[in-house]
Design a protein around this ligand. Structure first.
Ligand SMILES: [Zn+2]
Length: 216
């Protein structure tokens, strides 16, 4: 290995990756690793990258060594920085351009977040027999479009509360594109508006800040 001065994050990364790899050449060692497709969203900044030891991460991405079976939970920026770490698209083809690699990581995170948001719906489906078709329909909408109407979110949130199912409004997105959906938002009661507010993007916040029934 080269003895020239290298920057601290690279030094730490090499220190952490070599013991879990076969090769002693760090570039070759990194090429033994691949992104597994697994992501954890901790909901807030609380973990560190097991490669470069940078802390203040909210998301962990799992990388595996294909020769030693070892694994590390790292930040997405480390996967992007070390281009030797293999990243595969949905057709199982290795992607090499920085842009494509970033897109695979973003897709994996989005899929994970959709999956997290569907968990309370699955629980609700198993206890609320009367509304099963509705819940199923909304779950499909979330999977295909990501966002659903304010009324649909409100129905689900009220049901989660009624059946004491844990949920975080922040995990959902509201669709406010058409005028019916906007009407729904502006005409629901204050308690419901407060919950829907938490599902809204910063652009939506800017647009609706002065129209809500409560002070934002
Ligand atoms: Zn890192």
């Amino acid at each position: 290995m080269t003895k020239e001065r290298i920057n601290p994050w690279l030094e730490k990364s090499i220190e952490n990756i070599l013991p879990l790899s076969i090769s002693n050449d760090f570039k070759v060692a990194f090429s033994e690793w691949l992104f597994s497709g697994e992501v954890i969203d901790y909901g807030h900044v609380c973990v560190e990258c097991e490669l470069c030891e940078h802390d203040e991460l909210r998301y962990h991405y799992k990388i595996n060594n294909k020769l030693t079976d070892k694994l590390l939970w790292v930040g997405s920026s480390c996967i992007l920085r070390f281009e030797e770490i293999a990243v595969f698209n949905e057709n199982n083809e290795a992607v090499t351009s920085p842009d494509e690699r970033r897109k695979v990581l973003e897709r994996a995170l989005k899929d994970k977040q959709i999956d997290i948001s569907l968990e309370p719906l699955r629980k609700l489906w198993s206890v609320n027999f009367e509304r099963r078709n509705y819940i199923h329909y909304q779950a499909e909408e979330i999977k295909s479009r990501n966002s659903i109407s304010p009324d649909a979110l409100n129905v689900l949130f009220m049901d989660f509360k009624k059946f004491e199912i844990d949920f975080k409004p922040e995990h959902y997105s509201v669709n406010l594109r058409d005028s019916l959906n906007q009407y729904q938002l502006l005409n629901m009661n204050e308690e419901s508006q407060k919950l829907i507010w938490k599902t809204m993007s910063s652009q939506q916040h800017t647009k609706y800040r002065n129209k809500m029934k409560f002070k934002t």
